[in-house]
Ligand binder design. Structure first.
Ligand code: NAD
Length: 262
């Protein structure tokens, strides 16, 4: 029960395959109280039963592309709980056509959309919730290796994740003044709604099984358990960090399979 008495606000549950669902479940299993957001009525219908299943204290609307909805969501949470201890940002979006083919073809609007929803929203949420975050609070966001290396088809989302990881660094200074920590979990590829929009995701998952040190893909439970560590006081001196939960893939260099050596 590492998160006993902690109140966690979680953005990004779309269904029970979502990374945010894995995080919410691991938080509940460790004694936290949770609040879940939904961006529109279609997702609300899916989040309601999940909130019931996990015993969430509240669910509230928030499309993170709208400043007024972000402000409103902080007010709803403040009214219900007063203050919080954990904020999870597991939100990203890019137009489908920008997640395949050539990065060079990304237009201004597609670029702005991806950066707005996938990176800027972290800054806006931190600003809105800063006032109600207790000292010792923990913020976390979800990144991917495509922020640091070029991954086929990841394209504009790689640029958005690079910006996101830079935001984590800058925010760590601003929030650090209030003893609030912020970190990114860089998760290995997982089959989710968002991942299904990325061209060639099945091939990437196959590649991972061959070339990660652990010879497997990761799960939302793996990410959830790391999120518990980051939310808990066990990580009270860890901030500004990008923590990889990718079965070790980011440490791989050239890997030659034994059969090819013979
Ligand atoms: P998902 O589709 O389950 O979650 C994405 C969430 O973003 C959804 O809940 C969706 O409602 C939300 N969202 C999109 N636009 C929004 C908006 N305007 N306002 C509010 N919410 C909005 O997919 P996921 O893979 O669980 O993604 C969660 C996070 O993890 C994302 O940041 C994603 O980039 C990141 N990530 C995913 C993988 C992977 O392989 N699945 C790997 C590394 C990082």
């Amino acid at each position: 029960m590492l998160l006993k008495d902690k109140k966690a606000v979680i953005f990004g549950v779309a269904n029970n395959k979502s990374i945010a669902y894995g995080i919410a479940k691991a938080f509940k299993d460790n004694g936290a109280s949770i609040a879940l957001s939904y961006p529109n009525d279609a997702i609300k219908k899916r989040v309601e039963p999940i909130a019931k299943e996990l015993g969430a204290d509240l669910i509230f609307p928030c499309d993170v592309s709208q400043d007024s909805e972000i402000t409103n969501s902080a007010e709803i949470v403040k009214k219900h709980w007063g203050n919080i201890d954990v904020l999870v940002h597991a939100v990203a979006f890019a137009n489908r056509e920008d997640l395949q083919g050539r990065f060079i073809d990304t237009n201004r609007a597609g670029y702005a959309t991806a950066l707005d929803i996938s990176s800027y929203s972290l800054v806006a949420l931190c600003k809105a919730f800063e006032e109600i975050m207790n000292p010792g609070s923990s913020v976390m966001t979800l990144s991917y290796y495509g922020a640091q290396k070029i991954i086929t088809h990841y394209n504009v989302m790689g640029v958005a994740k690079a910006a996101l990881e830079a935001c984590v660094g800058y925010l760590s200074y601003d929030l650090g003044e209030k003893d609030i920590r912020i970190n990114a979990i860089s998760a290995g590829p997982i089959r989710t709604l968002a991942a299904s929009g990325i061209g060639g995701i099945a091939l990437i998952l196959n590649h991972m099984e061959k070339f990660t040190p652990l010879k497997r893909n990761v799960t939302i439970e793996d990410v959830g358990n790391t999120a518990v560590y980051l939310a808990s006081d066990l990580s009270k001196s860890v901030t500004g960090e990008v923590l990889f939960v990718d079965a070790g893939y980011h440490r791989s260099g050239i890997q030659i399979e034994k059969k090819d050596e013979e």
